[in-house]
Design a protein around this ligand. Sequence first.
Ligand SMILES: Cc1cc2nc3c(=O)[nH]c(=O)nc-3n(C[C@H](O)[C@H](O)[C@H](O)COP(=O)(O)OP(=O)(O)OC[C@H]3O[C@@H](n4cnc5c(N)ncnc54)[C@H](O)[C@@H]3O)c2cc1C
Length: 403
Amino acid sequence: MTFSLELSPDLTHVRDWVHEFAADVVRPAAAEWDEREETPWPIIQEAAKVGLYSMDLFAEQVAEPSGLGLIVVFEEMFWGDAGIALAILGTGLAAASLAANGTPEQVGEWVPQMFGSIDEPEVAAFCSSEPGAGSDVGAILTRARYDEATDEWVLNGTKTWATNGGIANVHVVVASVHPELGTRGQASFIIPPATPGLSQGQKFLKHGIRASHTAEVVLEDVRIPGRLIVGGKEKFDERIAKVREGKKAAGQAAMATFERTRPTVGAMAVGVARAAYEYARDYACEREQFGRKIGDFQGVAFKLADMKARVDAARLLVYRAAWMARNGKEFTSAEGSMAKLVASETAVYVTDEAIQILGGNGYTREYPVERMHRDAKIFTIFEGTSEIQRLVMGRAITGLPIR
Ligand SMILES: Cc1cc2nc3c(=O)[nH]c(=O)nc-3n(C[C@H](O)[C@H](O)[C@H](O)COP(=O)(O)OP(=O)(O)OC[C@H]3O[C@@H](n4cnc5c(N)ncnc54)[C@H](O)[C@@H]3O)c2cc1C
């Protein structure tokens, strides 16, 4: 049996191609879009033109046999800039939720609309969180009621912190159909473009990833065709019947999918951490104090050694989890959560140390590590906070119902 961490020639080519785009197009635009705090449509368009923002690229990289296809793309893009990268790749998270749980017809009809065309790219949003339901997904209040007479779902509620919320062409919304069943009574719904009743609420001004749009999504008597429940109504009804009979079913499937997409978020964090590490390393090899390069002081060199070690360790955990997910290996110690946890805390640590190495310069907006530091913090919060990752891991490794 062979063991290799070498990327295939095809994947190496993809990595270098994405890196070039990140270095030539994304990085130079990062400060401007961070300051403007707006969705960088011209850059999304540029990404669409070169084929980097496309359904085909996502499909190809998801299918990559090592499992590292999307991981490599995400690390390079977030190395360029986290805010712009999320504006470009945030659609991937909505698309992944549909790809994982949708019927083939739903995937075929809606994923292309999430991306739009080369001339008119679109974005998509995945809306789960609510003001009263962040970590506690079971507390979701948004309701979906089935109207037999018209074969339609009627949705009401308020979603919050939705990436691309309100500006998306397609929204995937998690709602409760049978509130008494908690997460097991929930389903996701596809809201087509320009559906009456869906509107954007408050747009949030943020600490970091400011080029990525985050907003409330308000649903008031939103009516959608019956077929737009993700996975289909028949399957949902069967699942609910099983739950009511007390059989093990449902809910857990969605959580398992989540666990499997977490390495991708880890890869984003690794990209930001690596960018800050590289910037600090180069700076330390240039800046002189006391007549020598500051990198020549052990106090600085040791920081760089720790930063590099932690970036590489985080990447290895991300690679392992992604490889396991792609190759059908069961996560026994919540390896997906582990990768996301370590990578996101690494990004916070490394960007903090990078500012320290740049001293006063690091604290100003003249240097990119200040932005990277603000950007890094989101990774310990979204897609499950660090505490929630520890909870998932704790349960997996002890078998106890830790709260
Ligand atoms: C920029 C941004 C983009 C986002 N994008 C999306 C998106 O596209 N779609 C979407 O649905 N959501 C999105 N979110 C929401 C995000 O997933 C939530 O913020 C996150 O899940 C945490 O929920 P919360 O903010 O309500 O925090 P809370 O759940 O209120 O948690 C507050 C604190 O309590 C801790 N805590 C909570 N429960 C426990 C527990 N059981 N044990 C220990 N500690 C606990 C948390 O770890 C945290 O430190 C986004 C958020 C942000 C900021």
